[in-house]
Each structure stands twice: as C-alpha cells, then as structure tokens.
Design a protein around this ligand. Structure first.
Ligand SMILES: Cc1cc2nc3c(=O)[nH]c(=O)nc-3n(C[C@H](O)[C@H](O)[C@H](O)COP(=O)(O)OP(=O)(O)OC[C@H]3O[C@@H](n4cnc5c(N)ncnc54)[C@H](O)[C@@H]3O)c2cc1C
Length: 416
C-alpha cells in the first residue's frame, strides 16, 4: 500500500504529528508496538510549561524562549477552538502554584526573566492561598500554566485518528527495506500473524527511547541520551494540588495530581527528588519523599499516606554535556526523520517542524483530500492507550517512624 508518511511510535509526538498531517491532506499512518504513550507520555506530569521553570536564574534562557508560545496553542486546543480539538481531555488544573520554603524576598531577582514570558507568575495574598500553602513562610505565586491528564489527551488523539493507528508486534513487528544509500523503500508490519506491506514516501520515527534501535534496524546510527528518573506516587486522603516548590534556581519538587478511578486522588512527585531518587532504593526514596513533603508542606499530615515509585527514562537527542535540549529535535536523513520533542508541551512545535521538513526539504505534497477516504484498513488492530503509572504500581508502602513498610493488599471482595 502506498503511504505518504509512516510514523513509528504513538506517544504525544507521533499522535500530534499524524493528526496534523492527516488534517493537511497527507495519507499518514502511525504504527505502535505496545500501547499509545507507553514510556514517557503516560508517565509525564502533564504540565504545559510556559518557560518560567527555565528562567529561575533570572534570565530568559533559550529553553524558556522556545517554549513560551506553547501554552496558548494548548489552551486553544483544549477549549476546542483549534485543531486538534482536545476539548474532551481532562484539565487537571488551569494553574500551578510556586512557592519556596524560606522567605522569597532575598530572591527578588528570580522572576526577572519572567517579565518576557507570555505566562507570568502572579503573587497571591495569604487569604487566597490553597490550604496546603497557608503555613508556607515564603511568598506564593500563581502561574497560569495548565496541567492536563496525559492519558486523556492520548485518548482524544486516538479517537480522532483511530483508522490511521496500527498495532504491531512488540518484537520484530517492523522490518525496513532500504536502498544502499539509506532511503527506506518499504516497511513490513507484522501483527498477530498478519503482515502489511507499506511503501511510504517518508518515515518519521517518534518512538522516544525506541528511536535509536529503530534507526539501527534501518541501517543507520542515531545516538541519543537517556536521562533517568525515579518518580514517587502518593495517595491517601489527598486533595488536588499542582505546584512547584523552588529552591534557588532548582525545582525542589513538582507535585501534580489526578483523581483516579475509585474517586481517590494520587500525587506524582517529580523535579529534583526524582533525579536524586535514581540512585536510591525504593524504600530509601520513599523515606526521603515523606521528609521532603513534611518540610515543604508543613500543613500536610504524611502519617496515613501510601507511597510507590516508578522508574522512567527521558529520551532525547544526544547532547555533548548530557543536558536537556532547549527545543524539539528533528533530524532528517534521506527520507527518514527522527524526532524527540523534549517536552510534552512541545508537541505542537515538533509536529510543525516535521511537516515543514516533509514539505520543504523532501518536497512531498499531500496526496489525499483532507477528510477524504484513504484509510481502508479497518480490520487491522488499533493500539490502546497505555495505563497510567498508578494503575501499574503494585507495591505500595507506608512510612512509620523511620520504617518504610509494605501496605498489605486489601482483600478482594467476593460476590455472595
Ligand atoms: C516523569 C516524566 C515527567 C514529565 N513531565 C512533563 C511535563 O510535566 N511537561 C512536559 O512538557 N513534559 C514532561 N515530560 C517530558 C515528556 O513526557 C516527553 O518529552 C514526551 O512525552 C515524549 O513524547 P514522545 O512521543 O517522544 O515519546 P514517548 O511518550 O516515549 O512515546 C514513544 C512511543 O513509541 C513507541 N515505540 C517505542 N519503540 C517502538 C517501536 N520499535 N515500534 C513502534 N513503536 C515504538 C512506545 O511504545 C511509545 O508509545 C516528562 C517526562 C517524564 C519521563
């Protein structure tokens, strides 16, 4: 089957790209070998950053400059005013809080660069603070950065593009046939005993951590870097709360939360704690997380909380110093593009860069009329959306004094 663009990997980058290319008349398909968003997108904290996090040193860094247009684009998509229409996605909050544990007065210059950002922090009076920050000694700011539920965004994009999403086997589900010069001529996709032979004009790799191996399979070297994290999950009588506790130029902890299926709220703890957590055992990190929570949120009772952790790697284009790139990375070799968006928030920008390269550098014009039918593969299996980290976490712990003890599983209720 002839295809304009074959996208490999269905995280936020691949899904946003397939949606955009299809809207613009390209006959584009996406192939996924596990579940949509598996890896980074489903485990992310869902903050649509506007750049403040990257300007804490008081200067508008390259990262902050690159990302500052993103919140407006997302806001319009989330309200259904712009495509992709994400109005069915869950917005966890329209804002985040920013606070410090000590007085912020000495850090007066800290927000200097924020003046040049589209989304600026706004100081809030004590009477308007959320309960959790009432006892905080420093100044508290409100930042109008939206926080989305990544799973719900993935579900929206899946619904919009269902007929273009193809599942393949986890192992060896994709085979490339390339010319000597490295052009991909055809791709064979295998799923549950069936085979599909595709002849794409262009291939886009948006497989996150899988990009390196996919490039190797297509006969090329594409070095990348992984920046590991050990994130912490917390539940037990918590309220919804999204915010960054900043310590100088560092984000000491980023807390995001979501109401989970049984009506309970779960918190995801990221930032510095998740970076430091990489070298810790689970129990050690949980003990540390409980102490950090007591220290940064003095009003929080950590006694009855349950904790779990999960490990995940951020996947990016290789940077000589191992630092996070400032912007989405899209590389072109022959008819293959490889993309790492660097941030969930950057998905619209990454999709735009990919489309520009396809149109301008590869000179590929769309071959189907937008909305027309170019998708007759209804019987091919479609990938599901990946499970959220709290759905897959099996080992939960409680902190009792200096002990971290496993939480005994609640006995299953059997029908009479
Ligand atoms: C813990 C954490 C928190 C984060 N929080 C934020 C945040 O708050 N805000 C923000 O803007 N960014 C955040 N990020 C960054 C953001 O999540 C990532 O930059 C973004 O999700 C990467 O998307 P992606 O589509 O490139 O990759 P992924 O989401 O990793 O998706 C890759 C997809 O490719 C598939 N795949 C892999 N190999 C193959 C193969 N061989 N064949 C077919 N398919 C394959 C995978 O199964 C997966 O579905 C966070 C990241 C992490 C890890």
């Amino acid at each position: 089957m002839d295809v304009d663009v074959l996208i490999i990997g269905g995280g936020i980058a691949g899904l946003w790209t397939v949606d955009q290319l299809r809207r613009h008349g390209y006959r584009a398909f996406l192939v996924e070998n596990r579940s949509l968003g598996h890896g980074q997108t489903i485990t992310s904290q869902g903050i649509i950053h506007g750049g403040l996090k990257y300007s804490l040193r008081g200067v508008l860094t390259a990262s902050a400059n690159e990302i500052r247009e993103m919140p407006l684009i997302w806001r319009e998509c989330l309200s259904g005013q712009r495509d992709p229409d994400l109005s069915n996605a869950t917005i966890r909050s329209h804002c985040c809080y920013l606070w410090q544990t000590d007085s912020i007065a000495s850090q007066a210059g800290m927000w200097g660069a924020s003046l040049q950002l589209r989304v600026k922090p706004e100081m809030i009076p004590v009477s308007h603070r959320p309960d959790l920050l009432k006892q905080s000694p420093g100044t508290v700011y409100r930042l109008d950065e939206q926080v989305v539920s990544p799973g719900s965004v993935l579900r929206c994009l899946r619904e919009r593009n269902r007929e273009a999403l193809l599942l393949c086997n986890k192992e060896n589900g994709i085979e490339f046939s390339c010319s000597q010069s490295g052009t991909v001529n055809s791709v064979t996709i295998r799923c549950r005993g069936d085979e599909l032979y595709l002849t794409p004009r262009c291939v886009v790799m948006t497989a996150g951590i899988g990009n390196q191996q996919l490039n190797e399979r297509a006969g090329r070297k594409q070095p990348m870097q992984r920046r590991p994290l050990q994130m912490v999950l917390v539940r037990g009588g918590l309220e919804m709360f999204q915010g960054h506790c900043v310590d100088g130029a560092k984000t000491r902890m980023t807390i995001t939360s979501e109401v989970i299926s049984e009506g309970e709220t779960v918190w995801q703890l990221g930032g510095q704690i998740a970076e430091l957590g990489v070298s810790m055992e689970t129990e050690e990190l949980i003990q540390h997380a409980a102490q950090e929570l007591k220290s940064i949120l003095p009003g929080l009772n950590v006694q009855d909380l349950k904790f779990a952790t999960y490990r995940v790697d951020r996947a990016e284009k290789k940077n000589s110093l191992g630092l996070r790139p400032d912007a989405p990375q899209v590389l072109l070799r022959k008819n293959v593009l490889t993309c790492w968006p660097t941030k969930l928030a950057f998905a619209p920008r990454a999709a735009g860069m990919i489309e520009e390269m396809i149109a301008d550098r590869l000179n590929l014009a769309p071959s189907v009329i937008p909305g027309g039918d170019g998708y007759q593969l209804e019987s091919w299996p479609t990938p599901d959306v990946a499970q959220s980290p709290w759905e897959t976490a099996t080992n939960w712990y409680q902190v009792s004094g200096d002990q971290v003890v496993p939480v005994r599983a609640t006995p299953e209720k059997h029908a009479a």
